[in-house]
Design a protein around this ligand. Structure first.
Ligand code: HEM
Length: 221
């Protein structure tokens, strides 16, 4: 199949799933920033999403996007590794491209590890509890997301771990958006630096939004 067999096809899948995950991040950051201003409104949003059929369908589509993005990242890195030129014929440009995609894989693995930590902190105590039926020790927690934010970020080490995770996300996002532009051929001299700047500004806004939630959670804990 062309999408899987060709290098461009694999990059298209990486870019499309990456864009989808970026859309989720915009939504997720905006939603969480609400917690800084109003616990009630934040909890209303959490309860509206909860474990309703549309939230569960969203979670499954999201999980499929994450899995596809990861599987193709490994596939792309493996094929690039197999196709690398051997010995002194390796050009500087080629080395830079290889280095960038290796960095993306390492950053991606860090982002994934942070995501596991995050899902254990929040998703496992909220949506999952609702799906399986709340156990007594979690009772009340999945309906009070704002309180869970304060409890989680009352620990300064957890705050630092999250901020480290956000930094990895910043690098992964800026490089990812940059390489998606390059795969689509949008790499001319005038537009490329502008798009790169937009990617940097966009990633910074996303990461600062999440960081503000962590700091507000710590201060109000
Ligand atoms: C301060 C930062 C963040 C806070 C306070 C936060 C909060 C939450 C909460 C409360 C949930 C559970 C929602 C529910 O189960 O009803 C959740 C789920 C989730 N979060 Fe975050 N989040 C943050 C950052 C992030 C980041 C940076 C990412 C991705 C890189 C992320 C990805 C996810 C995913 C994939 C889920 C599961 C989504 C689902 O249930 O459909 N979160 N988050």
């Amino acid at each position: 199949m062309w999408l899987i067999d060709s290098s461009i096809g694999r990059k298209v899948i990486m870019s499309v799933t990456g864009l989808f995950l970026v859309l989720f991040l915009i939504f997720h950051m905006s939603m969480n920033v609400v917690a800084i201003f109003s616990s009630e409104t934040y909890n209303d949003i959490c309860n509206f999403l909860g474990a309703n059929w549309y939230a569960l369908a969203g979670t499954m589509v999201l999980a499929a996007g994450v899995v596809l993005h990861i599987v193709f990242a490994f596939l792309l890195s493996y094929r690039n590794y197999k196709a690398r030129p051997i010995g002194y014929s390796t050009q500087k440009n080629q080395k830079e491209v290889e280095g960038a995609s290796q960095n993306m894989l390492v950053l991606g693995i860090i982002v994934l590890m942070g995501l596991c930590m995050h899902l254990i902190h929040f998703w496992a105590k909220m949506q999952l509890q609702e799906i399986i039926g709340a156990t007594p020790e979690y009772e009340g927690q999945f309906t009070n997301g704002a309180e869970l934010i304060r409890i989680t970020f009352s620990n300064p080490y957890v705050c630092l771990a999250y901020i480290g995770w956000f930094i990895a996300i910043w690098f992964h996002l800026t490089h990812g958006i940059w390489s998606a532009f390059q795969s689509t051929g949008l790499n001319n001299k005038v537009w490329f630096p502008r798009l790169k700047m937009c990617a940097n500004i966009f990633s910074t806004i996303i990461v600062l939004g999440f960081t503000a939630v962590v700091i507000a959670g710590y201060i109000h804990s």
